[in-house]
Write a protein that binds this ligand. Structure first.
Ligand SMILES: [Fe+2]
Length: 307
């Protein structure tokens, strides 16, 4: 079994090298979110909580990704790797199982781990963020993939940075520099990955648990738009959703683990299949489709650019 390798250091992702700055033609990558080991049993009020079902779903995902043609350029998991919060009794055990299962991804398909609220806590602390960095790598960083500039954000710092104001400032300074650098970088697309969506369906929707508050949301969306961000990929909602802001797309991807009911007036386990999203990147366009774990295609037709 391949050993899980920490992929980031000093905000540099080591899975994809500098030779990825050049556009060499269309490619695909995989986006998943919320494998969240332990949520299914918790939602079903089972005790003790196990996560056998989530492990089975991961195994289906990894088997499909490893045999996919063409080979995905990378596999990004947009947060809530496990269900236990920092300090919870089952945190270490769930993370050990996550690391063991995700280490089975073909080592030539780099794995990108994004932090979610369950990973660093709803009110993150220096300790909880350091724990994530030690286990999974940096909580925010950038990388190149086939001519596309990708930035990974710690969205929890926009949700509640009350215990880590300094760390939020550090991310903001880093992000401003990255967005500025991207403008003149010659990248074909500038893409963001994060856990909590800025909005679920429309940019001006009311504040709620699953989105980021409007007073932070709108200036950030304007900043991303000005920097030329084309697509923002998120998770957290455990349902598929998304929308656009002045032509900039935001994609909300359902869970690799426990999905939630489409009836948003109740918080209960959903009928839609756990799955992941296949993203096709062309020179001028990015398109994507969500597949349930049993329906992931073995061959991806990259198709034509949409002009
Ligand atoms: Fe989640």
């Amino acid at each position: 079994m391949a050993e899980f390798r920490i992929k980031t250091n000093d905000r540099k992702y080591e899975g994809l090298g500098d030779n990825e700055k050049e556009w060499k033609g269309p490619f695909c990558f995989i986006q998943g979110a919320d494998p969240q080991y332990g949520m299914m049993d918790d939602m079903a009020n089972k005790t003790p909580i196990t996560w056998k079902a989530e492990i089975e779903l991961t195994r289906k995902a990894v088997a499909a990704i490893n045999k996919m043609k063409p080979k995905p350029k990378f596999f990004v998991v947009c947060g809530d790797l496990v269900h236990a919060f920092p300090g919870d009794a089952q945190k270490e055990e769930q993370e050990a199982d996550f690391l063991r299962e995700f280490a089975k991804v073909d080592p030539s398909i780099p794995l990108v781990c994004v932090c979610g609220n369950h990973d660093v806590g709803n009110t993150p602390t220096r300790k909880s963020i350091q724990h994530f960095r030690n286990k999974f790598g940096d909580d925010y960083f950038g990388f190149w993939a086939g001519g596309v500039r990708c930035l990974v954000l710690n969205s929890q710092l926009y949700e509640d940075a009350s215990m880590v104001e300094e760390l939020k400032k550090e991310q903001d300074v880093w992000l401003d520099a990255e967005l500025d650098a991207a403008k003149s970088s010659g990248c074909k697309h500038l893409v963001l990955f994060q856990h909590i969506p800025w909005f679920l369906n429309t940019p001006d929707e009311e504040n709620e648990y699953f989105n980021i508050d409007q007073d932070i949301r709108m200036p950030m969306l304007d900043k991303f738009l000005a920097a030329g961000v084309s697509t923002i990929f998120c998770g957290h909602y455990h349902r598929n959703a998304g929308g656009s802001y002045k032509g900039m797309e935001e994609v909300v991807t359902s869970a690799m683990g426990c999905t939630l009911s489409e009836n948003t007036s109740v918080l209960e386990i959903g009928d839609t299949p756990s799955g992941l999203r296949v993203v096709k990147v062309h020179e001028k366009s990015i398109s994507h489709q969500y597949y349930g774990m049993d329906d992931i295609p073995a061959t991806i037709d990259l198709g034509q650019d949409i002009l």
